[in-house]
Ligand binder design. Structure first.
Ligand code: DX5
Ligand code: ZN
Length: 215
């Protein structure tokens, strides 16, 4: 069964408690941390994590789109993240950071932008808990899905079958009820969804429909 991680970037933060009620049945809550350097937008940081810790939320799935991920990643684990995702392109000593995140007690995912090939992850795959395939150029919610980037899901699924590695495959950017079925049959386990959940009239129903999808 597929899992859903609604992205709070698409929520109305003026009423965060009621927005969180919309996603009670989700598997995770996706937090997009952006620094205005790695991506052309600035969003949230540790203060939002501290706020969420006082509220009723699904397990937190933190996506770090920052240049200095190795400096900040562990703080997010300490603040309660279940998953911490870092971008391979933004971390010099990726193996070290992934190991540290896991030692601290979170699942460590690595993300790749639309342009690098799956082969660039070959050496890190045995160490990570998951790969987050970006199907938009990171930075904003409600962007158009990039079809060619989603091909990486199939490629990662082949690698997973050939090697017997147990990493999860997550997909982020432009995911909707319309394309979710194909993504899950290609091999995606976790679907990050911003606008398609928070800006829908029936978010709970969208989440339930996604959770019913299987390969
Ligand atoms: C994009 C972010 C995504 C975004 C997804 O940079 O990493 O998580 O919030 O939003 P949608 O699903 O609306 O494309
Ligand atoms: Zn994200």
């Amino acid at each position: 069964m597929a899992m859903v991680s609604p992205s709070i970037l698409a929520a109305d933060l003026s009423c965060i408690s009621s927005e969180l009620k919309k996603v009670k049945n989700a598997d995770f809550l996706h937090i997009d941390v952006m620094d205005g350097v790695f991506v052309p937008n600035i969003t949230f940081g540790t203060p939002l994590m501290e706020t969420l810790a006082r509220l009723d939320t699904p397990p937190l799935d933190v996506h770090l789109m920052i240049v200095d991920a190795s400096r900040y990643a562990e703080q997010y684990v300490e603040l309660g993240a279940s998953i911490v995702t870092v971008h391979a392109e933004a971390v010099t000593h990726l193996h070290r950071l992934v190991t540290r995140i896991k030692e601290k007690g979170a699942r460590a995912f690595v993300s790749i932008n639309p342009h690098p090939p799956v082969s660039s992850l070959e050496e890190i795959l045995p160490v990570v808990d998951g790969v987050l395939v970006m199907t938009v150029n990171p930075g904003f919610t409600a962007q158009e899905f990039i079809d060619s980037a989603s091909e990486k899901i199939k490629k990662l699924d082949v690698v997973r079958n050939q090697t017997g590695l147990g990493f999860s495959i997550a997909v982020d950017g432009g995911v909707t009820l319309d394309n979710a079925g194909v993504l899950v049959s290609d091999g995606a386990d976790i679907l990050v969804m911003g606008a398609a959940v928070f800006r829908d009239d029936s978010p709970e129903e969208v989440i339930s429909k996604i959770k019913e999808l299987r390969r």
